[in-house]
Ligand binder design. Structure first.
Ligand code: NAD
Length: 485
């Protein structure tokens, strides 16, 4: 049976089971064709508050279940993603405009997130402390209660599930608010998988909606921790609301990531890495290579190789054969990409490939002759655009990398010794030597410096335990302690 049988979820939200939301349902559009794929239910602020209350009620019994029971639900959910991979891949391709490789990656990572989460319930939950008092002393980790998750449109499944399943496995309830443009990949899939895996009712709520719904989630008193992935502008608002409400918040925000091509690097391999870094999923990835920093000795050769790639990559509906570049998510996104390219051109930059679009298909673009002020260099583009500049020394490269307001990912291509020196000089949450900037694995800590986030990390056992538990100091002694009065 299909996991995503629309008779179950069409025009519904998942609030103690499938039911109509209080907001008007929305069309789910296929960016490649403009066709309506289905209708999704949307949640109002009241629905979000109800979801948080119901989650808080269900959480206590869930936290009291045996670790083996929580682990088993996670394992079954992982298996469901694997068993339904073909069906889910097709949905991700159509709803997000993804090529098969990107859609397949989302499913693989989702399954791995579930399997990794299945190990969390049996993981050590704290420390035994030494003490100068005559008591035993422990720091033990407890579930926080209800975790709110807000996710974006670009990698909707991974960016939702990477917080949802570790939080659940650790005994929390979760309220997930996916982006209304990708409610199936970012929400319905996870709700259906967890439902089929036997998660008790109420422990997971899935309430799609826009900024207003997200804001309601950050205000809901039952939600103790918010895990937000999205733009820096929205992240600031979420951070402000969380601060006001004394909630802990994990902010995973924007990036303007540099891939550096060091002197002596193999130019053909570097250009392939650079093209992948800038063009995968039409550049709509927080880790996208938004800045190519190429040593002056090989820059001309590198730009020619990148230009050739950009001009040859097949653009079109990603459900057709051999497409490398699909559509961007919507007109707003496309117009923002084009504004950045045109403004940079007006400022003196040279567009050596692309720079134009047809409907939602933006041609892979290579830009040179940029300055610090060019919007294509200084801003996050979130589109298939490769801006290239040169450097002379690794000290200069480090200075240019660190001048960005962001600090999410850096790729260093070429001589490993030089790359190691540069790795020590950059301010970045991730550094990849001889790989480009886009990389994510379920057991690796993920997060950025500067305006890429607030220093939180998600991914890996220790990181996830820190992200989704509270610490309690617990002492015990055999008799009531003696006191001086
Ligand atoms: P966005 O910030 O507009 O939306 C992200 C999510 O936040 C959506 O669910 C949206 O409905 C919600 N939202 C928007 N305003 C809100 C508010 N005031 N309060 C609460 N929720 C709100 O982001 P976008 O433009 O759709 O996504 C792209 C951005 O996300 C890029 O900047 C990209 O770099 C970033 N991103 C970061 C990561 C990461 O892990 N660091 C991963 C993917 C995307």
């Amino acid at each position: 049976m299909a996991l995503l049988d629309s008779a179950i979820w069409s025009e519904k939200i998942f609030l103690n089971g499938w039911r109509a939301g209080s907001a008007e349902p929305t069309d789910i559009l296929e960016p490649a064709t403009g066709n309506v794929l289905e209708r999704a239910g949307l949640a109002s602020a009241d629905d979000i508050h109800e979801a948080a209350q119901k989650a808080a009620e269900a959480q206590k019994a869930w936290a009291a279940t045996k670790p083996a029971e929580r682990a088993a639900v996670m394992r079954r959910a992982g298996q469901i993603f694997e068993d339904h991979a073909a069906e889910l891949t097709d949905w991700i391709q159509r709803e997000t405009g993804a090529i098969p490789a990107k859609a397949g990656l989302e499913i693989t990572v989702a399954a791995n997130e579930c399997y990794d989460a299945s190990a969390l319930p049996h993981h050590s939950m704290g420390d035994v402390l030494t003490s100068d008092e005559d008591h035993w002393s422990f720091a033990r980790r407890l579930p926080v209660g209800v975790v709110g998750v807000i996710s974006p449109f670009n990698f909707p499944l991974i960016l939702s599930i990477r917080s949802v399943v570790p939080a659940l496995a650790l005994g929390n309830a979760v309220v997930l608010k996916p982006d209304p443009r990708t409610p199936v990949s970012g929400g319905v899939m996870i709700a259906r998988a967890l439902e089929e895996a036997g998660l008790p009712e109420g422990v997971f709520q899935m309430v799609p909606g826009g900024a207003e719904a997200g804001a309601a989630l950050t205000e809901a008193p039952e939600i103790e921790v918010v895990s937000f992935t999205g733009s820096t502008a929205a992240g600031r608002k979420v951070g402000e609301a969380a601060g006001r409400n004394l909630k802990r918040v994990h902010l995973e925000l924007g990036g303007n990531n540099a891939t550096v091509v060091l002197p002596g690097a193999d130019v053909a391999k570097a250009a392939s890495a650079g093209a992948f870094g800038s063009f995968l999923h039409q550049g709509q990835v927080c880790m996208t290579t938004g800045r190519h920093l190429v040593h002056e000795s090989i820059a001309e050769e590198y730009v020619a190789a990148l230009q050739q790639k950009a001009e040859q990559l097949p653009l079109g509906d990603p459900t057709e054969e051999n497409i490398a570049i699909g559509p961007v998510i919507d007109e707003g996104q496309r117009d923002n990409i084009d504004r950045i390219v045109q403004q940079s051109k007006d400022g003196g930059a040279k567009v050596v490939a692309g720079g134009s679009y047809d409907k939602l298909f933006y041609s892979p673009t290579v830009i040179t002759d940029l300055t610090d002020e060019s919007p294509a260099w200084s801003q996050e583009i979130f589109g298939p655009v490769a801006p290239v500049r040169t450097f002379s020394t690794i000290e200069e490269a480090a200075e240019i990398i660190n001048a960005s307001e962001y600090g999410l990912s850096v790729g260093l291509l070429g001589n490993v010794g030089e790359a190691m020196k540069l790795a020590d000089m950059v301010r970045s949450g991730k550094v990849h030597i001889n790989e480009q900037t886009v990389s994510d694995e379920s057991n690796a800590p993920f997060g950025g410096f500067g305006n890429s986030g607030n220093g939180s990390r998600i991914g890996g056992y220790t990181t996830n335990i820190e992200a989704f538990t509270e610490v309690q100091w617990l002492t015990m002694r055999p008799e009531i302690a003696p006191y001086p009065f």
